[in-house]
Write a protein that binds this ligand. Structure first.
Ligand code: ATP
Length: 362
């Protein structure tokens, strides 16, 4: 098979064929396994990345991803069938702020059968995907984690919802909320002003790093349909947003500001400073070019085939993220918050502590 895919070397003099050696195979589930391979002298991981499609055909797999493990060793992630056949139910919502760890927010599961976590505090997230791909699930999971903190004044949510759909459930628990162009600009500029004020507070307190408290809460800016805000919306809005967002993205992290942006059509002009988003998720995409636009250069070649995720409701919430250390795409599925999960989040986030305690006793 490696010979057919052009992954062997032939000794110039003896004509002996050298075949790459499999070091180890790990099976994560009936659908996905990882094959660790020692590269032959003269081979590069890029050679294997370029052969990934041929390998997938030869292995009768849906997808082969290539991970750089260490010098001379790569891992092939062989996905034989869809690992996510059921939607994922979110874990119970925590009612106690002290129990929430925003450096490790549960978002769903990975193709390796492990839980998918991401830090939210002091981080920015970007979720790209076609319409109906389930982008909001990632936002809902972040906000479910934040629910008791919102109630206790430790997290404030600033919501920009140009489409006026789904996220409007957040209106009662938002610190600021906007749907129209004028209001959207106010929320974005208000967020930037909050960050500048925070800078002064931290300087007065003689602190260089942000710590979440009622005096200095974590401010989360939720931007649905980033494209309308920065790209194809009204000129006065997009010009203002294009000026403010790069400042927010580059400075807010250290000041207790996090941005969660969702995007349907990822093109260069609508993504402000992609690299400042520490978590980038690409759900089902409509074109191969969109994948690298969200996840970064070469990510599709390394196995993030988000444009091949079928356009069916059963695929919603499935996509790819990039492993920080090895810069390898991992297939993930976000947990799905249905209407009752969203209602619960709003209820917990909106209830003063005293009322919640009374309700619990009842
Ligand atoms: N994580 C998920 N798991 C399973 N099903 C999901 C998930 N997320 C969303 N869905 C289903 O897919 C449908 C579309 O999701 P949603 O509207 O959130 O997509 P979207 O990417 O936000 O689309 P748009 O950009 O058009 O708003 C939902 O109505 C829901 O039934």
């Amino acid at each position: 098979m490696t010979e057919a895919c052009g992954l062997v070397t032939v000794h110039r003099v003896t004509a002996v064929i050298n075949v790459p050696r499999i070091i180890r195979i790990r099976s994560h589930s009936p659908s996905t396994e990882t094959v660790y391979i020692r590269l032959l002298l003269g081979q590069t991981p890029k050679l294997w990345e370029e052969a990934a499609e041929a390998l997938a055909v030869a292995l009768k797999a849906e997808r082969v991803g290539v991970e750089r493990v260490r010098p001379q060793v790569i891992a092939l992630v062989v996905q034989r069938s869809e690992p996510f056949t059921e939607s994922i139910i979110p874990p119970d919502l925590l009612g106690d702020s002290d129990a929430v760890d925003l450096s490790r927010v549960y978002l769903g599961e990975t193709e390796h059968g492990s839980d998918w976590y991401a830090p939210l505090i002091g981080q920015h997230w970007l979720v790209g995907g076609a319409t109906g791909s389930g982008k909001n699930s990632v936002t809902w999971m972040a906000l479910r984690a934040c629910a008791p903190l919102i109630r206790d004044g430790l997290v404030r949510v600033h919501v920009v919802n140009p489409k006026g759909t789904e996220l409007n459930a957040l209106r009662p628990v938002s610190y600021r909320y906007a749907e129209t162009d004028g209001d959207i600009m106010e929320v974005i500029q208000g967020f930037w002003t909050t960050m500048q004020d925070r800078k002064k507070v931290l300087a007065e307190q003689g602190r260089r790093t942000f710590a979440m408290s009622r005096e200095t809460p974590l401010d989360v800016l939720v931007l649905d349909e980033l494209g309308a805000v920065t790209g194809y919306g009204d000129r006065s809005l997009t010009r203002g947003a294009q000026a403010a967002l790069p400042l927010i993205l580059s400075q807010a992290r250290a000041l207790g500001g996090s941005v969660i942006g969702a995007l349907q059509e990822p093109t260069k002009d609508v993504i402000p400073q992609r690299d400042l988003f520490s978590l980038r998720v690409c759900l089902r995409a409509t074109s191969a070019g969109h994948v690298d636009m969200v996840l970064g250069e070469d990510m599709r070649r390394r196995g993030a085939l988000a444009d091949e995720i079928p356009n069916v409701p059963e695929s919603a919430g499935i996509g790819f993220v990039v492993k920080q250390r090895s810069r390898t795409p991992v297939r993930v599925r976000a947990a799905y918050c249905d209407d009752s999960d969203i209602a619960e989040l709003v209820r917990v986030a909106g209830w003063p502590v005293s009322e919640l305690a009374t309700a619990r006793q009842a």
